[in-house]
Design a protein around this ligand. Structure first.
Ligand code: MLT
Length: 235
């Protein structure tokens, strides 16, 4: 069964968790690994992020309420890994965000934890198809609340997997599919109504919004949880 959970209340044991925070944590993590970052330590607390930076000599990335947190190398924009201001290739990154890294940490009871975004939708689809286990899309949302973009992603993934999974077995999947079918012709236009898009645009992060909606920009990059970190699954 396939179920994009609107709140992370689902028992993940024996299942595959696809953690998604389109704006912007999982989009940034996919972009980081696509840009040569070797591995990512997603943590809940800022102090932990700082400590990992000191212990491991890794880069630190932190965001709270949509803004870069003070005293860290990077915020939570995917452009931090693309604009070349800070060399990231060959480096590890410790990251802490308002919602996305919390959702990741809460999902570790799952048999497998992978990171999903529109940027790597194909990689997530191919992994899920090969697992022969239930798939739960863990939508990070915003501070424990539903967010449009994460659930629209769940619907996009459900549509891609409808030949392999029963995508009519849960109301959340049916709702997510309907949202995706409403949005897919003009994803950017549809998501302009999202609360976080409005929040980001007020923070002049609207170029992040555009970038995070690029479907399959990185079709082969799949961040997967291994021991204590996220690494790019090797094909
Ligand atoms: C989050 O993890 O809460 C989001 O990515 C927030 C953001 O970066 O705007």
């Amino acid at each position: 069964c396939f179920s994009p959970e609107l709140l992370p209340l689902y028992d993940l044991r024996g299942r595959v968790a696809v953690v998604v925070d389109i704006l912007r944590a999982t989009s940034s993590i996919v972009t980081a690994l696509a840009s040569g970052v070797t591995h990512v330590f997603p943590v809940a607390e800022l102090a932990e992020c700082q400590a990992l930076g000191e212990q491991h000599g890794c880069l630190t990335a932190a965001e709270r309420d949509g803004r870069a947190a003070e005293g860290f190398d990077l915020g939570n924009s995917p452009f931090g890994y693309l604009d070349g201001v800070l060399p990231v290739r060959g480096r590890a990154v410790a990251i802490s965000t308002t919602n996305g890294t919390q959702a990741l940490r809460r999902s570790l009871a799952a048999d497998a934890v992978v990171v999903g975004a529109f940027l790597n939708l194909q990689a997530v689809e191919e992994f899920a198809r090969a697992q022969h286990k239930d798939v739960v899309v863990v939508c990070a949302g915003w501070k424990g609340k539903f967010c449009l973009e994460d659930t629209v992603f769940g619907g996009a993934l459900a549509e891609r997997l409808c030949d392999t999974f029963d995508v009519s077995s849960s109301d959340s999947t049916i709702a997510a599919l309907h949202l995706w079918q409403q949005a897919k012709a003009d994803l950017h236009g549809y998501l302009l109504q999202s609360a976080h898009v409005r929040r980001l645009n007020s923070l002049e992060a609207n170029k992040d919004f555009e970038f995070c909606l690029r479907v399959d920009e990185y079709p082969a990059v799949l961040p997967i949880w291994k021991e204590d970190r996220l690494v790019a699954l090797q094909a």
